[in-house]
Structures are given as C-alpha cells and as structure tokens.
Design a protein around this ligand. Sequence first.
Ligand SMILES: [Zn+2]
Length: 115
Amino acid sequence: MKIQDKHRKFGRPADVPTPVGRQETIRQHIISVITGEPLTAMEISGMVKIREKEVNDHLYHIQKTFHNGPLKLIITPPECKKCGFVFKKREKLKKPGKCPLCRHEAIQEPLFLIE
Ligand SMILES: [Zn+2]
C-alpha cells in the first residue's frame, strides 16, 4: 500500500475488497512487530501501513486464531491517566473515548503483545 493512502480523506472508490493472501501477509507482519514488544494500535498502524481500524480487525482475528495455540495475544487494558481507572471489561479492542469515572479524556491506549 502506498503511504499516501493514509492521508486520503475518503476510501477507495468502490472500497475494493483486499485479497485473502494479502490479509494473511498483513497479519503475519502485525504478529512479527508485536512479538516480544508491546505496541499500541496506532504504532502498529504506522509500522504495518494500514489504518488503525484495520489493525483492530486483525488483532481480533489474531486473538481468535491463537485461542488454543502456544502463542498468546496479551492485551494491556486501557487506563485513565488521571484517576487510574482500568477498562478491564471492554470487549472491543478499541481505545475508549473518555473515563466513565472522572470524564477525563486522556486515556492510556491499550497495548498489544504476543508471547
Ligand atoms: Zn478517570
């Protein structure tokens, strides 16, 4: 994917589906960058050159794939930087908008690590 894609305001004309083989390659790339090194979805997005939303989709699949395997996807839950509230029960991997306790918007993003 070209770097400029990141800066486009709108999606591709018909949002052409990405071929399966390419998805696998991206997934392998994500796995390689977070193996042994925890990263946020934004950092992964920058390294793998895909949108943050796509990173979350891939992580979701990686998590399912690893369910019974020797490798584990470890997610450090998001945490409020002000009061320390931890978003433990959040099902989705997305970063929350604001803290439900103190309404502070500075949230430490979740970290993803493969071990
Ligand atoms: Zn808070």
